[in-house]
Design a protein around this ligand. Structure first.
Ligand code: TRP
Length: 326
């Protein structure tokens, strides 16, 4: 049996944070052995929330370095930029005809972005964000899409578009499934439900040990635990969520001692920072290697783009054939 395919991607908005890792990247790394994987740098998608293009290339390189440092293997998983494979825009145009504006206006991820970024007037391309994403996924005939929770509505729209195309023109596309991780969403340092660059509440994969310690020191905890010995409520504390992910071995003890008041927030945060830093250390080491060998990174990207382009072109040929577009 041929391996099933994965297509996943991220917008290049700069260095990645641990929310990207636990929400998606960790899953990509695990799954690259069992699936044929393709990983997309969604540089056109960045334009949906800002027209500034100056940093997009550098941000893409930074993101690729994070992917490599975290353990994504370019031999198993080619990486490519959306803007370098023209078929993305071509399929996007065709898909735009297969979905209504009303359906896109109901997209909860769009609503969330509009709220978080205080957007007053939604641009046409932003409304069409999931349509471009559908083209990203279906060009590679992705069966599975490992993403964070916020992207599930986009995978649902992708399934609808695939179905609509197949019904109208003949069977070309699979209906992909979202693959979620247990920690599909990691809370931010300020207590927001989501870690995100635009909210300024992140810990980066490239943060050094001291930075992690300082950031955690300021993290919000249970507001009812005012003094060191006050009993706390781990279930409402984001630091406890971080412990669950990065320090799972000590969970029963931390939980009990927080609840009884034996463990104060300062010590609890120090423990958490130590564990996180232990985990981050090899990633930071690998990052240094790639930062010192940028030509290697660029080569990896252009090799990945050549591989991606081939698959994308083959799918577009099939699409044109089914649509009798010559
Ligand atoms: N919308 C995704 C995000 O912001 C990025 C993305 C673009 C993507 N195209 C994709 C994810 C295709 C999965 C599949 O995280």
């Amino acid at each position: 049996m041929p391996k099933k395919r994965i297509l996943s991607g991220m917008r290049p908005t700069g260095k990645l944070h641990i929310g990207h890792y636990v929400g998606a990247l960790e899953n990509w790394i695990k799954l690259q052995n069992d699936y044929e994987s393709f990983h997309l740098i969604a540089d056109y998608h960045v334009l949906t929330t800002g027209l500034e293009t100056e940093d997009i290339y550098q941000n893409s390189i930074d993101m690729v370095i994070d992917w490599l440092a975290a353990g994504l293997d370019p031999e198993k998983s080619p990486f490519f930029r959306q803007s370098q494979i023209k078929e993305h825009t071509e399929l996007f145009l065709i898909f735009s005809m297969l979905i209504t504006t009303a359906r896109l206006e109901r997209n909860p991820t769009l609503k969330e972005q509009v709220r978080d970024l205080n957007i007053e007037n939604v641009i046409y391309g932003h409304l069409g964000y999931p349509v471009l994403q559908s083209a990203d996924i279906l060009l590679y005939k992705g069966d599975a899409v490992p993403v964070g929770e916020d992207q599930v509505p986009h995978v649902e729209i992708t399934r609808e578009i695939a179905r609509r195309f197949n019904n109208q023109y003949g069977n070309v596309f699979p209906e992909p499934d979202a693959l979620l991780t247990k920690f599909a969403r990691l809370p931010g340092l300020d207590g927001d439900a989501k870690m995100s660059k635009s909210l300024g509440n992140t810990i980066l994969l490239s943060d050094d040990a001291e930075t992690v310690k300082q950031k955690l020191r300021k993290a919000v905890t249970d507001p009812q635990k005012v003094r060191r010995n006050d009993p706390g409520r781990p279930e409402v504390c984001l630091v406890f969520t971080y412990h669950k992910k990065f320090n799972s071995g000590e969970i029963p003890e931390i939980e009990a001692n927080c609840k009884s008041g034996a463990l104060g927030c300062v010590d609890c945060k120090l423990k958490c920072a130590a564990k996180m830093n232990e985990w981050l250390a090899p990633i930071i080491d690998k990052r240094k290697h790639y930062e010192a060998n940028l030509s290697e990174v660029k080569q990896i990207l252009s090799d990945g783009e050549a591989k991606g382009r081939k698959v994308a072109q083959a799918t577009m040929n099939e699409v044109r054939e089914k649509m009798k577009l010559g």
